[in-house]
Design a protein around this ligand. Structure first.
Ligand SMILES: Nc1ncnc2c1ncn2[C@@H]1O[C@H](COP(=O)(O)OP(=O)(O)OP(=O)(O)O)[C@@H](O)[C@H]1O
Length: 439
């Protein structure tokens, strides 16, 4: 059975790049009736915050990306310790004592000599006595001993990949302070939780190479891997949870509709066109991870608003009733208001502005050259309330008296009554009016 997972660290609010990972994993699991795990990568007690765990869940729930179960890495430390023991027994785990400064110096020397900055394994030459002495002085960290072969896998997005293990440092799996690192924790979890498909950002390609060897050493089954490109901002700038750029909750604040965001994210960077979908099921049906490319993908928040507007334009009243009520529209007028206005809003927050115009009167927008014409027209306007025939009979009368027609007739009247150059059909708008434009 297909099992996938989304494994964010609770170190900030998740952003659109993280969403890409979450959505792909969600869709793969749902497409095949499999399991989608939300795995909280909270092994770093200093940076992990409970508030961010709640926020991650809230953000995913907002989008309807439901998970089948939640796992917490902080509750599985004994499992990681066991795996570490196993690697130690196999002679694939060794203790090192270099400080970050010493490692940095080594790297600089190697680079100066034109060599790749790969850890030189000098800790392997330490005697027991030397290790004991170093241990007393500073904490040791633990590295996995890579087999220096080529590591190969068929990536669902990047195609056939082959990485020379000799060009990669033996990965540190346990830090000097005893903290288990992602590379080990995620391998142990993926193996024990039966994860069949690992989809994540291309920032993890090297990790994958080393993780394949760790999985094999621990006797697990290597899952299928796919590395999608990283999303950047419109100028190519990196996203980061820590910086809070393009956080999902900010988009929600700005009125972006979940299906607008999901429709864009399910296609952006693929060979398939972005099309607005109204349900996750429809999105899942058309999803194929192999259609995604390796090139970095730019994300422009502005693309979300036309999609949001289109989504709202097709939304039935029932799905918007609460927002219409919140905008102050009385119940008896609410369904009609929604039908007339829904095509003329970008987000639900725009409803209030339209209701204000209808209920309190617009601030007319009258060009100087139209001032006399508008004054003449307003004198012909019948008293409130208006009905479905008012616009036609009024504009006919204005036309007969002023001789104006077409755009020169209709546009100044629209701007005088609504204060805006664009909006609903005026014949539909007038019956909703509860106040005349301000003088
Ligand atoms: N810009 C991005 N585009 C696409 N995927 C991303 C991007 N940034 C992170 N991811 C993916 O999101 C998943 C969760 O990663 P993680 O929690 O480490 O997020 P992060 O944004 O890299 O965090 P931080 O900024 O805290 O290091 C990973 O699979 C990672 O590859």
């Amino acid at each position: 059975m297909t099992t996938t997972r989304f494994a964010p660290s609770p170190t900030g609010y998740i952003h659109v790049g993280n969403l890409r990972t979450a959505l792909f994993n969600y869709m793969i699991a749902r497409k095949s009736g499999g399991t989608f795990i939300l795995r909280i990568d909270d092994t770093d007690p200093e940076r992990s915050k409970e508030a961010y765990v709640d926020a991650i869940k809230e953000d995913l729930e907002w989008l309807g990306l439901t998970w089948d179960r939640v796992e917490r890495q902080s509750q599985r430390l004994d499992r990681y310790a066991e795996a570490a023991d196993k690697l130690r027994e196999m002679g694939r785990f060794y203790e090192c004592f270099e400080t970050p400064t010493e490692l940095d110096l080594k790297r600089k020397k190697q680079l100066n000599m034109g060599k790749p900055p790969v850890y030189d394994r000098s800790a392997l030459n330490l005697s027991e006595a030397e290790k004991q002495a170093l241990r007393a002085e500073r904490g040791g960290h633990w590295r996995f001993l890579l087999n220096q072969t080529r590591i190969e896998w068929e990536d669902q997005i990047l195609g056939d990949l082959s990485i020379d293990a000799a060009s990669v440092s033996d990965p540190v799996l346990i830090r000097g302070d005893g903290q288990v690192l992602y590379t080990l924790a995620s391998v142990v979890d993926d193996t024990e939780m039966g994860v069949t498909h690992v989809v994540r950002g291309s920032d993890h390609v090297t990790n994958t190479a080393t993780q394949i060897q760790i999985i094999e050493a621990l006797g697990g089954t290597v899952p299928s891997f796919a590395h999608h490109s990283l999303l950047t901002g419109p100028q190519g700038e990196a996203l980061s949870k820590r910086l809070g750029t393009l956080a999902l909750r900010d988009l929600r604040e700005q009125g972006v509709e979940p299906m607008a965001l999901l429709s864009l994210m399910a296609r952006l960077g693929s060979s398939d066109p972005v099309e607005l979908r109204t349900s996750l099921d429809e999105l899942i049906e058309g999803f194929d991870i192999t259609h995604f490319g390796a090139a970095p993908t730019k994300f422009d928040v502005e693309d979300l608003f036309p999609l949001t507007a289109r989504y709202l334009g097709a939304l039935p009243y029932e799905a918007a009733a609460a927002d219409v009520a919140a905008a102050g529209v009385p119940d008896d007028l609410a369904p009609q208001f929604w039908e007339v206005i829904r095509d003329n809003i970008t987000t639900r927050a725009d409803l209030a502005g339209w209701w204000q115009i209808l209920s309190e009167g617009a601030t007319p927008d009258v060009a100087e050259e139209d001032a006399d014409f508008v004054a003449q027209a307003m004198a012909l306007l019948p008293p409130l309330p208006f009905d479905a025939t008012t616009w036609k009979s009024w504009t006919d009368a204005v036309k007969a008296e002023t001789g104006r027609k077409g755009k020169g007739l209709f546009m100044p009247l629209r701007k005088a009554l609504t204060g805006r150059a664009r909006g609903p059909e005026m014949a539909d708008f007038l019956p909703l009016m509860r106040a005349l434009p301000k003088q």
